[in-house]
Design a protein around this ligand. Structure first.
Ligand SMILES: *[C@@H]1O[C@H](CO)[C@@H](O)[C@H](O)[C@H]1NC(C)=O
Ligand SMILES: *[C@@H]1O[C@H](CO)[C@@H](O)[C@H](O)[C@H]1NC(C)=O
Ligand SMILES: *[C@@H]1O[C@H](CO)[C@@H](O)[C@H](O)[C@H]1NC(C)=O
Ligand SMILES: *[C@@H]1O[C@H](CO)[C@@H](O)[C@H](O)[C@H]1NC(C)=O
Length: 206
């Protein structure tokens, strides 16, 4: 073997090693694939095509407004993870699927303008990477849950005409990274004072 073909072979070897070392994978984490399948079942969604990997960017969903995006380096575990889900205006009803709580790297979750009912599932407390949560224009019931205190990275929280009732939980004052906070049209809220917001040094829009 001459030196140039040896060099060529070793270059191939190096590329293969770095591919595996730096995780060139575009495969969704199996737990999240399972969660997406359960969410699809729960919502009666037919337009998520699980023959394709949801993180492959290859026509997994068939309509723009069903968008799910992934980040394949967010956890450093050689898997892709769901980081955004936008189900705005999808005419969905029933309860918000508790399996959303398994998408633990999700940053943006938009559920506005649907017909969701019942309470926000307690599993959403696990979404500690969440930055942007929108749940306006739904038919939910129950109160805005105190577990939102777990969303310590949240910068945008939009709850208008959701069906949820007041008062706004005092835990909201622990969300120090809030930039945009819009909570209005709470159901059945007898007068309740807004909790202490002075920790929210970044708040620019209320
Ligand atoms: C994916 O996550 C990594 C680690 O948090 C971050 O640095 C990178 O900007 C993210 N990529 C995208 C496209 O958001
Ligand atoms: C929401 O539910 C109400 C009552 O069941 C129904 O009248 C309305 O058409 C539904 N809206 C959508 C967008 O599905
Ligand atoms: C808040 O998040 C932590 C860490 O993920 C979790 O252990 C805890 O159970 C969550 N709180 C609630 C009320 O679920
Ligand atoms: C919340 O209030 C709206 C407007 O008054 C009403 O249409 C809706 O049925 C209420 N939802 C619940 C869960 O009470």
């Amino acid at each position: 073997m001459n030196t140039s073909s040896q060099l060529f072979l070793s270059l191939i070897a190096v590329s293969l090693i770095s591919l595996s070392a730096f995780g060139a994978t575009t495969t969704i984490h199996p737990d999240e694939k399972k969660a997406l399948q359960d969410i699809a079942n729960s919502l009666g969604k037919k337009n998520w095509n699980f023959d394709t990997d949801p993180c492959s960017n290859k026509n997994w969903f068939t309509e723009l407004e069903n968008s799910v995006t992934c980040n394949c380096s967010v956890a450093g575990d050689n898997f892709c993870h769901v980081v955004t889900m936008d189900l705005t205006g999808n005419q969905m009803s029933g309860n918000i699927p508790s399996e959303l709580g398994s998408l633990t790297h999700i940053r943006t979750l938009q559920l506005s303008s649907n017909n969701f009912t019942r309470e926000l599932p307690a599993t959403l407390a696990k979404l500690t990477a969440l930055r942007d949560f929108r749940i306006s224009d739904n038919q939910l019931s129950g109160k805005i849950p105190g577990f939102i205190q777990n969303w310590t990275n949240i910068d945008t929280l939009i709850v208008q005409g959701s069906g949820l009732s007041g008062p706004i939980p005092s835990e909201i004052s622990l969300l120090r990274n809030i930039i945009e906070l819009r909570i209005s049209d709470l159901n059945g809220s007898e007068y309740a004072p807004l909790p202490q917001l002075s920790n929210m040094k970044l708040l620019t829009r209320l």
